[in-house]
Ligand binder design. Structure first.
Ligand code: NAG
Ligand code: NAG
Ligand code: NAG
Length: 421
């Protein structure tokens, strides 16, 4: 009589599944025993009664109706996910984007805008996306530079000069154009637009708290003299302003703004158009192959280990054995200019790599440990991909997309698999 619950759980599960009446009978007799011992008042029978009724939900035994989870409003909202950029390390980032962005909200449509190169075949991983509205894989062309753009922008911090900035702006705004075309065709407007990058690794899901009406959400830190532009999320109207990166340059010019880098131009775009913004910590980082001096200082760039606890809010990262953790991190981060590459590091969110050389030997194992077996599967799959499987994969992606603008599957795969990886 010491432990009636134990007696219950010792019944083989199958018996319980087979006959609920048996369970009810046992419960009834237990209650009876408890009741009897209550009237004879030996030990402490009331607690026995209470504990049995707490453990067995009587109501659910009587009415075994399945519990309907209430649909989160965001699961009813129409969301466009704009994914832009080159696919360089997409075998590492792709599965995380699928799992933690594309599969989180039910009515989200993917728009992919990506330049064609020898890594484009890796985009085949997106063929598992739940809803693909439009894919555009284009051959990059030189964009003419207007006098306005030459005045407003600076080549100073862009590795490929003003042309590099214009290519990037075109990538972002081109995605908005794709979204507008799709809306017109189907006569509706998206409630939200999520703008994210092909080279972003998502360590956790994009949570509902990041959808804020009337404000444009950007990642905290890594401001580079303006606003972190490695991710953005807003309702339709604020997103139109945030994504119009080329077409708003004349407005910046008439506001007499000059020599802006990408982040400063982005901030000016929002402020001149009276769009409020809010910066939040977000669980992603930008996977980069570039090398950076270590330890960074001043205008230097810190590179986080992908294994950092995070959130990394869009900091640059790579798979590495960190060389600087715990008490080492603060002094390094405090030597960086606050409004530039600096990011929040307290609470031990970040571990630093020495990224002055190429990725270290054994990075694959380090990555797999971070991503887990399931997400790391894509890395292995892509590393041993045959031409046939590649063509099949790209064809599947094309078939899943409502709209496809791009070369043939054969062309994309040959570019990747025949140029000696
Ligand atoms: C939206 O629905 C999916 C499954 O359909 C569910 O996993 C997810 O938790 C829901 N999102 C929210 C914010 O409730
Ligand atoms: C969005 O912009 C349109 C046109 O500029 C306007 O009619 C509409 O009221 C705006 N919506 C919201 C929610 O502000
Ligand atoms: C550190 O973590 C605590 C508890 O989660 C939180 O309240 C605090 O704001 C964090 N501090 C910083 C600087 O992020």
């Amino acid at each position: 009589m010491r432990n009636p619950v134990k007696i219950l759980t010792r019944f083989p599960k199958r018996v319980l599944d087979l006959d609920w009446r048996l369970l009810l009978l046992i419960l009834f007799s237990l209650t009876l025993v408890a009741y009897v011992s209550l009237s004879s008042s030996s030990s402490s029978p009331t607690t026995l009664l209470v504990s049995v009724s707490n453990l067995i939900p009587f109501k659910s035994l009587i009415r075994a109706r399945p519990i309907q989870p209430k649909l989160h409003p965001l699961n009813r909202s129409r969301i466009a996910v704009c994914l832009v950029g080159g696919a360089r390390r997409f075998e590492l980032t792709g599965p995380s984007i699928l799992e933690r962005i594309l599969r989180v909200y039910e009515k989200s449509d993917l728009f992919l805008h990506s330049p064609l190169d020898s890594n484009s075949y890796k985009l085949m991983l997106l063929s598992d996306s739940p809803r693909i509205a439009s894919v555009k894989i284009f051959k990059p062309k030189r964009i003419p530079e207007t006098p306005q753009e030459l005045r407003v922008l600076t080549a100073h911090t862009s590795p490929n000069g003003i042309q590099g900035l214009l290519q990037y702006f075109n990538l972002v705004e081109g995605c908005l154009t794709m979204i507008k075309e799709y809306q017109e065709e189907h006569s509706f407007t998206y409630d939200w637009i999520i703008r994210t990058r092909v080279d972003g690794y998502w360590a956790g899901p994009l949570g509902p708290e990041n959808f804020i009406r009337g404000k444009y959400l950007v990642p905290a830190g890594s401001q580079y003299g303006g606003l972190n532009d490695r991710f953005g999320l807003g309702d339709y109207n604020t997103s139109v302003v945030a994504l119009s990166r080329l077409s708003l340059i004349p407005k910046l010019d008439s506001a007499k703004l000059t020599k802006l880098n990408s982040e400063a131009a982005f901030k000016a775009q929002l402020t001149t158009q009276n769009v409020d913004f809010v910066a939040k910590a977000l669980p992603f980082c930008i996977v980069t192959d570039r090398c950076y001096k270590f330890p960074p200082s001043g205008f230097g760039v810190p590179v986080a280990a992908m294994s950092s606890p995070g959130p990394l809010s869009g900091a640059k990262c790579r798979p590495c054995k960190p060389v600087c953790t715990g008490p080492c991190v603060g002094p390094v981060m405090n030597r960086l200019y606050r409004g530039w590459s600096w990011m929040e590091w307290r609470n031990n969110t970040i571990n630093l790599c020495d990224a002055h050389r190429e990725w270290e030997e054994g990075w694959q194992g380090l990555f797999d440990k971070v991503a887990g077996t399931r997400l790391a599967g894509a890395r292995k799959k892509v590393a041993t991909l045959s031409m046939d499987r590649c063509v099949q994969g790209i064809k599947k992606l094309r078939k899943q997309s409502a709209h496809w603008y791009g070369p043939t599957a054969q062309e994309i795969c040959r570019l990747g698999l025949e140029s000696g990886r």
